[in-house]
Design a protein around this ligand. Structure first.
Ligand SMILES: [Zn+2]
Length: 511
């Protein structure tokens, strides 16, 4: 057993996280997240599954070429062409890992692979061996390990270690296990497998029963030294182990666990917001660590205690996870320097050519609002960022509604060739302003979308707070989400709808 107290953080936001419904990302978006994961100081970035599609291959190879520092990893099945593709995509980076997997549970063997046990053993051995011929650093996963017969699992792991695997990952693929049982499985494997001294055992959990963080911690207590996780816990179905939760549990209860990770916890909040903004997956308000209410104290008795000493009710400080406490400082009279300083404090970075448009946005907002909150700044930064990759933008919007005659709107859009298109529905009023705006946008862009969901959130506090609209639409058999932020909720809706169309176009450009 490995007696190091360092826990390796293996982030799979870009691979397992991206497999979540509605979370597919463009290469540019993936690269942005990879940069942010590097800033967060994760040890391993699983950049994708190179053999899955040409787009995945390009994403892995772009990240392998541009991200220097963390180990870059690609997933591969135990076959020649998958492993060759993974190796090819990872080649630009000397710090690379190939991660091969094969299912081992009875139920997967029978219904998915149609393979006998000795064939699976052979596939695991040959797969690891081949990966090893390309790259020293090889991880092996017996898929659905938590539902695999212990005796057979031991044999498979032995075969992978014999073939040269350096990391053995034990996935609870279907989110079925519970902490004590899962800890026992690690005890069993580490005790019964051969030559485990130089092998790192790893844990990979899903949250179907809400136990992924607890199961990961139980595995670590039983000898696992790598945790696979995703930002905001995004991933298939109920998602994966949440990186921010598991890392803050280890940090906050260090006196209990006596483990460390290399994560810079002050980057957790900005990274969480970036991932949520790119994928369109909202972080629930009450989510541990990064939710809006995670550090909010409403009840009078709490506030009183907090004023005396924050440790009365807080086990962590908001600053520890990158949430700035002093909220209302910036306003109309703040200069560019203060604006950029604040962006920096929040953990975001702007490219040179993004500064001017973002500062302009800020000035416009400061004209409409007395106080600018951190969440306002964040909304500006992320919007300005993503807008660089968008075909359509909103220039002007006017609506008017009356109970007797319905809602009319007039819109001015600009496309990426700077062509301005103006249109209204004055001759054909809709039943509400949002419907009017969406119809006109569909008309201009040529996208007839099916509205699946429409949500409004307040993203900042105060009377003139910004409202965020999230729309989910169906197009060509797939669901897409988009966000829009503005002090005017109809404008938020228009921005969200345009974002969806831009995302659809980015997605089409990718394939
Ligand atoms: Zn998974």
């Amino acid at each position: 057993m490995n007696d190091s107290r360092e826990i390796i953080i293996f982030d799979t936001t870009l691979r397992d996280g991206e497999q979540a419904p509605g979370c597919s990302m463009t290469i540019g978006e993936k690269l942005k997240i990879a940069h942010s994961l590097k800033e967060l100081n994760v040890d391993v970035i699983e950049a994708g599954f190179a053999a899955a599609s040409p787009g995945d291959f390009d994403a892995v190879s772009t990240i392998a070429s541009e991200i220097d520092g963390p180990t870059i990893c690609s997933l591969a099945r135990c076959n020649e062409s998958d492993i060759e593709k993974a190796n090819e995509a990872l080649k630009p980076n000397k710090n690379r890992r190939i991660h091969v997997f094969v299912a081992t549970s009875e139920i997967h063997l029978k219904h998915k692979l149609n393979m006998a046990k000795d064939e699976v053993l052979k596939a695991a051995f040959e797969g690891v061996k081949m990966a090893k011929s390309f790259c020293e650093n090889v991880e092996f996963s017996p898929e659905d390990a938590s539902r695999t017969d212990h005796g057979f699992l031991t044999e498979v792991v032995d075969a992978a270690i014999e073939a040269g695997a350096t990391t053995i990952n034990v996935p609870d693929t279907v989110g079925y296990t519970i902490p004590y049982e899962f800890g026992e499985l690690f005890n069993h494997l580490i005790k019964n497998c051969t030559n485990t001294e130089n092998v790192i055992f790893s844990v990979h959990c899903h949250d179907d029963l809400g136990l992924s963080v607890a199961n990961s911690l139980a595995a670590v207590e039983s000898g696992a030294r790598q945790i696979e996780c995703t930002i905001n816990g995004i991933g298939e179905r109920a998602g994966n182990t949440s990186l921010e939760e598991v890392c803050m549990a280890i940090k906050t209860r260090e006196e209990y666990f006596d483990f460390q990770t290399s994560i810079d916890s002050t980057k957790l909040y900005p990274t969480s917001r970036l991932v949520s903004s790119i994928t369109g997956m909202h972080v629930p308000r009450n989510k541990a660590i990064v939710g809006d209410n995670a550090f909010a104290h409403e009840a009078g008795i709490h506030q009183h205690g907090m004023l005396r000493d924050s440790s009365t009710y807080e086990i962590m400080k908001p600053q520890d996870v990158g949430i700035a406490r002093s909220n209302l400082v910036l306003g109309k009279h703040s200069g560019r320097h203060a604006f950029l300083d604040r962006i920096n404090d929040l953990g975001f970075a702007l490219e040179k050519d993004e500064i001017d448009p973002a500062f302009e946005e800020f000035k416009k907002l400061a004209d409409r609002k007395k106080e600018i909150f951190d969440t306002d700044i964040e909304a500006i930064v992320l919007n300005a960022d993503i807008a660089n990759m968008s075909r359509w933008s909103l220039l002007d919007l006017e609506t008017s509604s009356g109970s007797s005659w319905g809602s009319t709107a007039s819109l001015k859009l600009k496309d990426s060739d700077d062509k301005i298109i103006e249109r209204d529905n004055h001759d054909d009023p809709a039943s509400g302003p949002i419907e009017a705006v969406f119809n006109i946008i569909s008309d201009i862009t040529g996208y007839a979308l099916e509205l699946v969901n429409f949500e409004i959130h307040s993203v900042s506090v105060g009377d003139d707070a910004q409202g965020e609209v999230t729309v989910t639409v169906g197009y060509d058999g797939q669901n897409y989400r988009g966000n829009g932020v503005s002090t005017d909720i109809i404008e938020s809706g228009a921005l969200a709808y345009l974002e969806v169309i831009n995302r659809i176009e980015r997605n089409q450009a990718k394939h």
